[in-house]
Ligand binder design. Structure first.
Ligand SMILES: Nc1ncnc2c1ncn2[C@@H]1O[C@H](COP(=O)(O)OP(=O)(O)OP(=O)(O)O)[C@@H](O)[C@H]1O
Length: 227
């Protein structure tokens, strides 16, 4: 589904050109659960911003579902992103004065769906993240783990081609992190969701199917996790 070929990324800082991603070639298939690891500053965020169609300034090839995304306009990029990527963040990024149901339904509201259809989809997706009976609550009334589940429901509601999770357990204690991991495994196994997750936590990464280690902008290792 995702294929990067000899991808290079530079940032210009004053007169200096910083080479941040170096000859990255990578293929991620539908249904995979991949963890991306690496030290701070190694280029993980830069890489997932490119994979998630947030950044189109790079050299090399990016084929998505066999089509090149090179040369697409910002508008086409926004469309690719909205139709294909479900984002999950470390700090949840829920809207404080909207209820759980409103937060989860927001992407569909923006996409022009009717309220009645949104309500049904919201109920279904809340069920798939094992959250029932909290639709009318505000984010501040929920635990961190529940808030992350709501954020995952919001990411899933548009039926994206893949989930992109940036340190999804970074703000959670070990027990709650494990619950979120279990949810990802469940979504991956039952719904065949494709999940790409950045994490610093080896214990979290080792529960995925595949670990990619980035070091100084290069893929240092890419291996299946033996279970
Ligand atoms: N907008 C920018 N302009 C210039 N340099 C940048 C920019 N964004 C990132 N960098 C540099 O690119 C390198 C890679 O950064 P990146 O954020 O991708 O690393 P990371 O592995 O995600 O780190 P962390 O784990 O701390 O989030 C770093 O050296 C960083 O300073």
């Amino acid at each position: 589904m995702i294929r990067l070929e000899r991808l290079n990324k530079y940032y210009q800082q004053g007169d200096e050109k910083i080479h941040v991603l170096k000859d990255i070639s990578l293929e991620i298939n539908q249904g995979e659960f991949v963890a991306i690891m690496g030290p701070s500053g190694s280029g993980k965020s830069t890489l997932i911003n490119i994979i998630g169609f947030l950044d189109n300034q790079f050299e090399g090839e990016y084929l998505f579902k066999r089509n090149s995304v090179i040369g697409k306009s910002s508008k086409d990029y926004a469309k690719l992103r909205n139709q294909n990527v479900g984002f999950v963040f470390q700090n949840f990024k829920l809207i404080a004065n909207l209820t759980v149901a409103e937060n989860v339904g927001l992407p569909l509201l923006y996409a022009g769906y009717r309220r009645k259809d949104i309500g049904e989809r919201v109920n279904n997706v809340l069920q798939s993240v094992h959250l029932k009976g909290i639709a009318k609550k505000l984010p501040s009334q929920l635990s961190g783990g529940q808030q992350q589940r709501v954020a995952i429901a919001r990411a899933l509601i548009s039926k994206p081609s893949f989930l992109l999770a940036d340190e999804p357990t970074g703000a959670l204690d070990r027990h709650t992190s494990q619950e979120i991991l279990k949810l990802f495994l469940d979504l991956n196994q039952k719904l065949r969701s494709t999940i790409i997750m950045v994490t610093h936590d080896y214990q979290v990464a080792s529960q995925s199917q595949r670990m990619i280690q980035i070091m100084d902008g290069r893929i240092e290792s890419d291996r299946s996790v033996s279970k």
